[in-house]
Design a protein around this ligand. Structure first.
Ligand code: NAP
Length: 311
């Protein structure tokens, strides 16, 4: 019997995913039924994204070997008590490349003061030379698939990079820190902070009045992680006081960001609409199919979510 793969991520996404998924299955030599509807008890794998077609109750999917997320962030599914099957998150080379480009681009923008340069095209010759990357301390909070790639790209440009994670890590060219003391060390030195942490109870409001006060005055923040990492009111206060000179925010507690949210009009905030990095169907389909292959062969899955840690 052919394995049944249920694409439960919505009709719009299906239009972009069907062809690359079929191509990746062919490439891997897997003969499967790839469908958008099926009786739950016949399904072997679920391809999932928030806002898709799957009911919130996974109980009836008795044969399902794994739920494979199209998204890197799994906070909207990880706590579902009916999900007893293995849950794998997305680690996609295309997504990672997108995030590296977003983080490097905005870090260089803040480092070189490009906003101020553009705002001062007023006929006055003002030769203010920015420092070199080696003179600008960057901290990357979160050293997972995305954070580690961004940290390494920034280090490759010459920025001294402090990285912070939950567990102790060792990465070439990065000063790795962990734990509460590590966070304090990273924040107290960082002129640019990049947050690439998942949304979990432990990371909620990590950047609050107390931790933002640890930053050197005038530090800048780039948050492509999750909106819950930041206490919005504390950030607005830190921006108003000049403690934080600029915040570039891609993710928010409520998305789309409500039109009356003060971030939209704050002169020191750049809002991007959750576009830092998207899963790219051609490369991501190969990642999903590799996990399907593993599930069929009884091999361990890649990118398994640790339910107790929440990511
Ligand atoms: P990941 O591989 O799971 O890495 C998460 C990192 O965060 C790990 O280094 C982990 O530490 C660290 N971490 C988790 N909880 C922590 C805690 N309590 N204290 C300190 N460090 C903690 O995730 P990823 O693939 O890099 O993705 C990171 C996040 O980016 C996703 O969860 C998602 O929210 C966000 N994202 C955003 C976009 C966008 O377009 N804006 C796109 C994709 C993803 P350990 O290394 O010790 O495990």
């Amino acid at each position: 019997m052919k394995p049944v793969i249920l694409f439960a991520a919505g009709a719009t996404r299906w239009r972009h995913w069907e062809a690359p998924l079929r191509a990746a299955l062919d490439e891997a030599g897997i003969d499967a039924e790839l469908v958008t509807e099926a009786e739950p008890e016949t399904v072997d794998f679920i391809l999932f994204a928030p806002g898709g077609d799957i009911p919130p109750d996974f109980t009836a999917f008795t044969r399902c070997k794994a739920v494979l997320s199209l998204w890197a962030g799994v906070e909207r599914i990880v706590g579902n008590p009916t999900l007893t099957q293995p849950l794998c998150r997305m680690v996609d080379p295309g997504l990672t490349q997108g995030m590296v480009e977003y983080v490097v681009g905005h870090t260089l923008r803040l480092h070189l003061g490009i906003d101020a340069v553009l705002a001062s095209q007023n006929g006055r010759w003002n030769p203010a030379v920015p420092p070199l990357a080696g003179e600008r301390q960057v901290a990357v909070l979160g050293l997972g698939a995305l954070g580690s790639a961004c940290a390494q790209a920034l280090a490759g440009l010459g920025f001294p990079v402090l990285g912070w994670s939950r567990r102790a890590r060792d990465m070439d060219g990065i000063t790795c820190l962990h734990g509460d003391t590590g966070l304090r060390t990273a924040l107290s030195q960082a002129q640019i902070v990049v947050t690439l942490l998942p949304a979990t109870p432990e990371t909620e409001n990590l950047l609050n009045a107390e931790t933002l006060a640890l930053l050197p005055r005038g530090a800048a923040l780039i948050n492509p992680g999750r909106g819950t990492l930041i206490d919005d009111a504390a950030l607005l206060q830190a921006l108003d006081s000049g403690q934080v000179r600029q915040a570039t925010l891609d993710v928010f507690r409520t998305e789309p960001l409500p039109p009356d949210h003060p971030f939209w009009t704050h002169p020191r905030v750049t809002v991007t609409p959750h576009i830092a990095a998207e899963t790219r169907p051609p490369s991501a389909s190969r990642v999903l199919v590799e996990n399907i292959r593993r599930g069929l062969a009884g091999e361990p899955f890649l990118h398994l979510v640790d339910r107790s840690a929440g990511y």
